[in-house]
Design a protein around this ligand. Structure first.
Ligand code: FES
Ligand code: FES
Length: 155
C-alpha cells in the first residue's frame, strides 16, 4: 500500500492504494468517476481513455502509482448536461453512438486527436480509432462526428 496524489479534473486527490491498482480503478472505485468504462481486460477496447498530462491514454494500461503527481482529465470534466463539449455535441448531432458504452473513450480520444492532428481527414481518423472499439455503430457516424467536432472545436 502507498499514498498517491493525482490531480483529477482540477482537484488534488490523495488515496492509499495497492501498488497494483490501475488508474481506471483509481478513478472508478476510489473516486467514483464511473464515466470512464472498462470494456476489456486486454487493453484493446479504448472505453477507458482519459487524458494524462494532456495526452489520451488507456487508463487500464497505466498503474495509478505511475500517475502519482500527474494531471488527469476524465469525461466528467469535459462537458455538462446543460453545456456539452463541442465534440459531445457532434457525437449527438451525427448519431455517433448507440448504446454509449464506448462513447466516453471515443470522445476523450477524439479531443486529443483534434489537438494533435491539424488535418483530420477520414483516413487519419480511422487510423487513430484503431484502439477504440465500438460494437454498435459501424464507425461511419463516429468518423463523421469526430470530423464535425474538430471543425467546431477549431471555431
Ligand atoms: Fe482499457 Fe479496454 S478497458 S482498453
Ligand atoms: Fe455501443 Fe459504441 S455505441 S459500443
Amino acid at each position: 500500500m502507498r499514498n498517491v496524489t493525482i490531480n483529477v479534473n482540477g482537484t488534488s486527490e490523495t488515496r492509499e492504494i495497492e501498488n497494483r491498482t490501475l488508474l481506471v480503478h483509481f478513478l472508478r472505485d476510489h473516486l467514483k468517476l464511473t464515466g470512464t468504462h472498462v470494456g476489456c481486460d486486454t487493453s484493446q477496447c479504448g472505453a477507458c481513455v482519459v487524458h494524462l498530462d494532456g495526452r489520451s491514454v488507456k487508463s487500464c494500461a497505466v498503474l495509478a502509482v505511475q500517475a502519482d503527481g500527474a494531471t488527469v482529465l476524465t469525461i466528467e470534466a469535459i462537458g455538462t448536461e446543460e453545456k456539452l463539449h463541442p465534440m459531445q455535441e457532434a457525437f449527438r448531432d451525427h448519431h455517433g453512438l448507440q448504446c454509449g458504452f464506448c462513447t466516453a473513450g471515443m470522445v476523450m480520444h477524439a479531443i486529443d486527436m483534434v489537438r494533435h492532428f491539424p488535418d483530420l481527414d477520414e483516413e487519419t481518423v480511422r487510423h487513430q480509432l484503431d484502439g477504440n472499439i465500438c460494437r454498435c455503430t459501424g464507425y461511419q457516424n463516429i468518423v463523421t462526428a469526430i470530423q464535425a467536432g474538430a471543425v467546431a472545436m477549431r471555431g
